[in-house]
Structure formats: C-alpha cells, structure tokens
Design a protein around this ligand. Structure first.
Ligand code: GTP
Ligand code: MG
Length: 413
C-alpha cells in the first residue's frame, strides 16, 4: 500500500521529536556542568545558572506541545447542511450524530485514541466517559447541558480510520446561523486549525452568516486554507424538471460564486488555487457507500440518486487535495515555529557557553601566572636558604677552627 500524504506530517513529527530529545539531553548535561561550575568556582553567576535552568523548562514545554501536535480541520456552515455527515463520511463510519433540525449543539472534536478505546471527554474534565456505540454517544451529547461554544472531545480508535491514525483531528460545529458568539468560536476553536471546510447546501446559495463567519476567520488568521463543499448534490439529480444542461448551469453558477468568494472577497487564494478548492458532493451517499464497502459490497449500493459515481469520485478528489493541503500546512506552520524556537534556544546557549569558556580561559591563565609567581618565590627561598646554610656552615667551621686553635694553644702552654 502506498504511503498516505499525511505520513509527511507523521514522519516530520517523529523527526522533530527525536531532535528535541537530543536537545533536551544536551541542555540537561550542560545545566549539570554549569551548576557544578557555579558551586566550585565563581566562574558562573547565579543569574546565568538560573537562565540555563529556564532552558530546561523551555525545551520540556516545547517537547510536550510537540507530543500533542496534530493536524486540525474545522467544519462550518449553516444548520443541516451536512457538516457532521461530511465528517462521518471521511471517517467512514457514523460517529457523529446527524439528523434533521439543529443537531450539533456544541463543538465536537474527534481525535484518535490508542488502545482501541472509544470515549468522551468534556471541557475542563479529565474524566473518560465510555462510549460503546453511536446511539449512546448521541444521547451523551444531548444530555449534556453544554454551551454552544464549549468543546466535547470524542476519542475514537485510531485503527478504525487512517486519517485518525495519521493525527488528523476533526472539529464539528453547530450551525453558524444559530450563534451570536462567532468571535468566541474563532478565538477558542479556530486559531490553530490548519484547514477549514465550509459545508454549503447545494440546493440553496451561500448565506450572509456563512460569508460573515469566514470574513472574520480571514481577518484573524493570515491566509486560512479554505475548502468549499457544495453538499447534498445528489438532490439535484432528483429534480424532475432539471435537464442536464440546466444542472451544468447551476453547477457553474455555484462554482463561480465560490471562487469569487475565495479570491475577490476573502482574498485567500488565487483563481487557480480556488478552482481546486470547490467540490460538489453528497456526504450522505458517500457514507452509505463506504459502509457498504466495509461490508464487502460494491460502493454503488449506497447510491441515493443517479450520477453516484461522479459524486463519489469528487468526494475522493476532495479528500486527496485536503490531505495534501493539511499535511503541508501543518508541517510548515507547526514545525517551522518549533524548529526556529529550538534554534534560538541552542543559539543562546552556545553564545553563553562561549562567554563562559572565555572566562574559564582567562581564569586558567590567571592561575598559571599565580602559580609561576609562587614557584619563583619558592625557588628564591631555596636559594636564600642554601646561602644561609652555607654561611652558617662556614661560620661554624670557622668557629670550630678557632676553638680548636684556642684549645691546642692552651694545651701547649
Ligand atoms: P447541525 O448539526 O444541525 O448544524 O447540522 P449538520 O450540518 O451537521 O447536518 P447533518 O450532518 O446533521 O445533516 C442534516 C441532515 O441532512 C441529515 O438528515 C443528513 O442525513 C442529511 N444529509 C447530509 N448530507 C446529505 C447529502 O449529501 N444528501 C442528502 N440527501 N442528505 C444529506
Ligand atoms: Mg451537525
């Protein structure tokens, strides 16, 4: 099986984690050395020692963020356009509750869990609420008296979906038409999103609420990656009075509006890029097709209307372009930032070590000078002592001679 595009992110994440592991070792080792220098001799002062200790914390904090880093895609659009259905289709399973009326009542984040477990976690709590099946999940979400901007995290076994395995996190939202707190939504849930998907209803046209939401997103984020899905495209095939040519006209009208929105209004992409960001799909049909495939049946058994194959291909095309975009954007925005921070930490440390090394060299030279001086003094003393000793010896010698002379003189007398 060929490697998925998202493996770029997974590989880059592993590599940068390994590098940071090495940086951490290096920082710890250096800090131990610096602490010893501080204790033994006053080469390093307290402030410097504390600065080195702060690097240990800095690197540990970056490592923690790195462990948690993932690619994030957030879905927005009017109520009932099919946001939850699109996510389910991408996950190949009905995980998120979907239905007529206002279904999703808070932010729901689907992310991969290890160990085959499925559970929920509410904002501000570490408690794992076990989820056995989708019905229970829907009930759990309904029972919660949650504010629309709060977040429920749904952990779903990684092995059930390749996108979850590759660290993609899905964020589902309530309809943009039901909230007055769109700014809070963006601040709380969108700032670190790598890709946004605007889910439209192909049966109608883009609403002012949808447009306004993305205007705010593009004001707060620089050049967000936005995909537009014209969902429920299967419904167009069911229009009895629709001729093929009329269908093509509606499609080109929608396409033109979407491209204009991305290029002229939001100014987030050029014409060519924008043309690669607009799709006509049926989420419900794609999900049904994938559920059939999982049972070993041909996908068209999930078809809702004529033209299934084209819509199914278009959904797959969207997924391919989406994967390419999300992994590139995540590697660039997330890891570029981390590697430049890593570089600045190691750069700071190096210049500090250079300073310390210089100080040590000066200190050593000073010691050497002191040693030399001392040696000279000792040598001097030795010479002096030798001289004194020699003089003493002479004196004693003379004294002895004198005494001997006196004694023999006295004896002779
Ligand atoms: P809220 O959570 O209420 O904001 O809605 P949503 O945007 O998440 O829509 P949801 O996925 O719940 O879909 C609403 C209804 O539309 C459900 O009954 C879906 O089965 C149906 N639906 C979603 N996508 C399609 C589609 O492509 N074609 C058709 N025919 N029905 C769809
Ligand atoms: Mg929903």
């Amino acid at each position: 099986m060929s490697e998925s595009t998202n493996q770029i992110f997974v590989r880059a994440k592993k590599k940068i984690n390994d590098i940071y592991g090495e940086i951490e070792e290096y920082v710890l080792e250096t800090t131990t050395f610096i602490t010893a220098l501080h204790a033994d001799a006053e080469i390093v002062d307290k402030a410097e020692r504390e600065l080195f200790e702060s690097y240990v914390h800095k690197v540990a904090a970056i490592r923690e963020v790195l462990q948690r880093d993932h690619m994030k895609v957030a879905f927005f659009g009017r109520t009932s356009n099919g946001k939850s259905s699109v996510i389910n289709a991408m996950l190949r399973e009905k995980i998120l509750p979907s239905g007529i009326g206002h279904t999703t009542n808070c932010f729901c984040q689907v992310e991969g869990s290890d160990g085959g477990e499925a559970y929920l976690m509410k904002e501000g709590s570490d408690e794992k609420l076990n989820v056995v099946n989708i019905k229970q999940l829907a009930n759990a979400l309904c029972q919660e008296k949650l504010s629309e901007s709060s977040l429920v995290r749904i952990f779903w076994p990684r092995e059930r979906c390749s996108l979850l395995r590759d660290d993609v996190v899905f964020v589902d939202s309530p309809g943009v038409d039901v909230s007055a707190n769109l700014d809070d939504w963006i601040d709380n849930h969108c700032i670190n999103a790598d890709v946004f998907v605007l889910v439209l209803n192909a049966e109608s046209t883009m609403t002012r609420a949808e447009k306004q939401f993305f205007h705010t997103v593009s004001q707060k984020l620089s050049k967000p990656n936005i995909f537009i899905l014209n969902n429920r495209w299967d419904a167009s095939a069911n229009e009895p009075e629709f001729q093929e040519s009329e269908l093509a006209k509606v499609k080109s009208q929608h396409t033109e509006r979407c491209i204009d929105f991305l290029t002229k209004e939001l100014k987030v992409s050029n014409e060519k890029e924008a043309a690669e960001r607009v799709f006509f799909v049926s989420a419900r049909e794609t999900l049904q097709a994938r559920i059939e495939e999982a049972k070993g049946n041909p996908p068209h058994m999930g078809a809702i209307a004529e033209g299934f194959q084209i819509r199914y291909f278009e959904f797959q095309d969207f997924e391919r372009k989406f994967e390419e975009c999300i992994s590139q954007s995540a590697v660039k925005t997330k890891f570029q930032q981390h590697s430049s921070r890593g570089k600045s930490v190691s750069g700071d440390m190096r210049s500090m070590l250079d300073n310390i090394f210089e100080r040590i060299t000066i200190f050593r030279d000073l010691k050497q000078d002191q040693k030399n001086l001392l040696t000279e003094r000792i040598q001097g003393t030795e010479t002096q002592m030798m001289q004194v000793t020699r003089e003493m010896k002479m004196k004693i010698h003379n004294m002895v001679e004198e005494v001997e002379e006196k004694v023999s003189k006295a004896l002779n007398e």
